[in-house]
Ligand binder design. Structure first.
Ligand code: ADP
Length: 485
């Protein structure tokens, strides 16, 4: 198909390395398709280790003058980039829906969300303070913060824009250079970001984009190259663990945003309509394909039946379809493999006694479309209790006491996001403090923002993105001890 953009130059299919648009050394390309209908969108350069090495070397050179600039100079470039992203929001959203599948309204939202990190970290660049430690003796002690060095980033397909800006913006803000490998499913959004970065005045070499299907080759170079000082990754827990192992040989710093298994706890005093609306939003955003999507909905026994009924009625109002269609509320899943995985989780739950309230099948629209599904009578022995679903399936569990809810919620190796619905301030504190998760939404599910820390505990990862804490991941602390005064 032909893609019609207001600004056709945003559609790029070459890699962007050291400020140049280039083909792969091998000449190889890979096909990018629309998950809603299988249409071919572009053939994109598929780079490997050699191109990755060149991008890393260029990054090291580029960052020497970049880190020496006044923070305000870097901030101004990021400001221009932010403004260009927002000025091109429609085109970027269209590209995203075409390659990723999410409905246009969500794509527009992601572009604004992604851009907010560029704005935020540009501003924060001016606020990288050090410390003067009160004298303990005849010496004086000073702490300064400096850029960590060349950063390598590997990003997923579920947020093709924001997972990149959330890493690139803080890196550039503090004076680092960064090379990015986007997911092979969604390289077009990443390459469009590079077009706008170049236009905003990001100097050559500071931000390279390395599309490709040989992830182990690109990731292998990123994690073994001694010039890279930090690896930042968003994706699955197994790949995150692998990258941490690979990074150990050169003792790189790592930030990991890995899988989740988010619980929603609905206590019996909650505003039930608000709890239903919040749980639905937390479950079905991006058709369930986010790491903070509700994976387990835990509802207190006395309100369980009413909750399931209201929840199912709302889900039955959804309109599955192509994300470009204004009537669609939910789009396709990214791959048929994802659809098969979701089906096998549902089949397992049903075989062990769960009840399908609605959905439960691949939709007649096509093999990438899974019906929004609600499962009741779900119990901890089912696979949905332990595994990340990453699809539009809501398993609803029952609990009796607050203590039991906290125990069930924490019974997972993951610890990214959790949600609780209650109007009792004592419960708010007890449950929030008792949950082993990096983020807790209380009567609220919108957790991501430029100004607040995003990240997980346990096997959901390490490090925080966004907020003042997000800068720390890209900074080294240097102690300067002054004697002989
Ligand atoms: P998902 O299952 O959601 O696609 P992955 O963790 O497999 O999650 O993918 C996230 C990112 O990690 C993608 O950019 C993917 O290409 C990349 N990736 C997958 N395997 C490896 C690997 N062995 N080394 C480096 N990157 C990898």
């Amino acid at each position: 198909m032909s893609i019609t953009l207001q600004d056709p130059s945003l559609l790029q299919s070459q890699a962007y390395i050291n400020g140049q648009w280039v083909d792969a050394d091998s000449g190889e390309t890979f096909s990018v398709t629309n998950p809603a209908n299988g249409e071919h969108l572009a053939d994109v350069a598929s780079v490997g280790a050699a191109e990755t090495r060149r991008a890393i070397e260029a990054a090291e050179v580029a960052m020497q003058s970049w880190k020496a600039q006044p923070a305000k100079t870097r901030a101004n470039v990021l400001r221009r980039w932010f403004e260009l992203i927002m000025a091109n929001q429609e085109d970027l959203a269209l590209l995203m829906t075409l390659e990723q599948g999410k409905v246009l309204a969500e794509s527009r939202g992601e572009i604004a969300y992604g851009a907010s990190f560029v704005e935020w970290f540009g501003e924060e660049a001016k606020r990288v303070y050090g410390d003067v430690i009160p004298a303990q003796n005849d010496r004086r002690s000073i702490v300064i913060k400096q850029p960590v060095g060349v950063v390598a980033a590997i990003t997923p397909w579920n947020f093709p824009n924001a997972m990149i800006s959330r890493k690139v913006a803080p890196a550039l803000a503090v004076g680092c250079a960064i090379v990015v490998k986007p997911a092979a499913e969604t390289p077009l959004s990443a390459l469009a970001m590079a077009v706008l970065a170049e236009r905003a005045g990001v100097p050559a070499g500071l931000f390279s984009v390395l599309p490709g299907t040989d992830a182990p080759a690109i990731g292998g170079e990123m994690t073994s190259n001694p010039t890279v000082k930090k690896v930042t990754f968003t994706g699955s827990t197994p790949v995150g663990k692998l990258l941490m192992k690979q990074s150990a040989d050169t003792v790189k710093r790592t930030s990991m945003e890995l899988g989740g298994n988010a619980p929603v706890i609905v206590l019996d005093d909650a505003d039930l309509d608000a709890a239903v609306a919040g749980s639905i939003a937390a479950k079905y955003r991006n058709s369930g394909q986010t790491c903070i999507c509700a994976n387990r909905i835990l509802v207190q026994s006395s309100v369980y039946d009413a909750f399931v009924e209201k929840f199912t009625a709302k889900v039955n109002e959804f309109r599955l379809g192509n994300g470009l269609d204004a009537e669609s509320t939910h789009g396709p899943l990214i791959t048929t493999k994802a659809v098969r995985n979701v089906q096998s989780l549902v089949d397992d739950a049903v075989a062990k006694g769960a009840r399908v309230e609605t959905g439960g099948q691949v939709d007649a629209l096509g093999d990438h479309f899974y019906q929004p599904t609600v499962l009741s009578n779900v119990v901890p022995g089912m696979r949905v209790a332990r595994e990340e679903i990453f699809g539009p399936v809501a398993p609803i569990f029952r609990f009796d006491t607050e203590a039991q809810a906290i125990e069930m919620a924490n019974d997972t190796e993951f610890g990214l996001a959790a949600y609780v619905f209650t109007r009792d301030v004592g419960r708010v504190w007890r449950v929030s403090e008792g949950l082993d998760f990096g983020m807790v939404g209380v009567n609220e599910i919108a957790l991501g923002s430029d100004a607040t820390p995003f990240g997980g505990m346990k096997q959901s990862g390490q490090g925080r993105e966004g907020s003042k804490y997000g800068l720390d991941d890209y900074l080294e602390v240097k102690f300067i001890c002054m004697g002989g005064l």
